[in-house]
Design a protein around this ligand. Sequence first.
Ligand SMILES: NCc1[nH]cc(CCC(=O)O)c1CC(=O)O
Length: 312
Amino acid sequence: MTKKTIKIGTRGSKLALWQAETVKSELEKAHPTLQFELKIIKTKGDKILDVALSKIGDKGLFTKEIEQALYDNKIDLAVHSLKDLPTELPENLIVGGMLKRADVRDVFISKDGRKLSEFTASDKIATSSLRRQAQLLHYKPDLQIVDIRGNVETRLKKMNDGHCDALIMAGAGILRLGYDEVITEFLDTDVMLPAVSQGAVAIEIREDDDYTQLLVDAVTDETTRATTLAERSLLRELEGGCQVPVGCFSEVNGDRIKLTGMVASLDGKIRIKKSVETTLDEASEKAIELAQLILDAGGKEILDSIRPSAVD
Ligand SMILES: NCc1[nH]cc(CCC(=O)O)c1CC(=O)O
């Protein structure tokens, strides 16, 4: 009898490949008698490189083609940065598991080694994220924010060519690619709340595929599962995708969690930040209450005013 090979779908970017290779090697360790294989799939987001992400307004930009391969049984599981997965997945697809989460913080990368606190009105900081833009302006209203796209190498090159004086990116991505030496500083979460699920690698599967679910359970970190599900439930309740200025931070202590959520206006003038403390078991339910607190405190007005322009 020939053994079935479990196929792992992934995008072809360096970060995606690192994540998929890591999932593959964790699965191989947990299931030494099984065969695993990577299958690289190109997505629309890999092809459109010249438009600001916040202007494309397509939540499944980096995922749709991979999910089609799941539906067609061409792959058994798909690996993504959990941050890039919409909170509502297509029918019959679920996040089956997550690897242990890496550092959740954003990093500041400046051309001349100055820290964010030393930046002034004449400095330009590049980011394509509304969350980062809003919080930078909240921290220092006169900073100049410019848009940027492309992978880490492209961004570093643009900075060195004079496009900007600094970049802000997810620390997890930089570390995974081995670019540790370009990091000027890790930003304190008081200044820059990370994105929902930042730093977590997700494994997407078909909901009715009990066999793959068992394989994935063996490599899933349960604390990461509980915290990221709570963060995603907060985001779902705020009805935001990755293109709204929403941030959050989970602090875990034993079986307790303090979950902080934030919505900011694009000009940074308003930043609504609230926390709840609860058990890991109840975190997802409490996250919904946290979202309501934020919406009631003015978050609703901010999100309503942003959504129409985010897609045009
Ligand atoms: N938005 C793109 C994206 N999706 C996942 C990561 C890095 C890894 C992670 O955040 O989990 C990044 C790069 C970034 O935001 O700088």
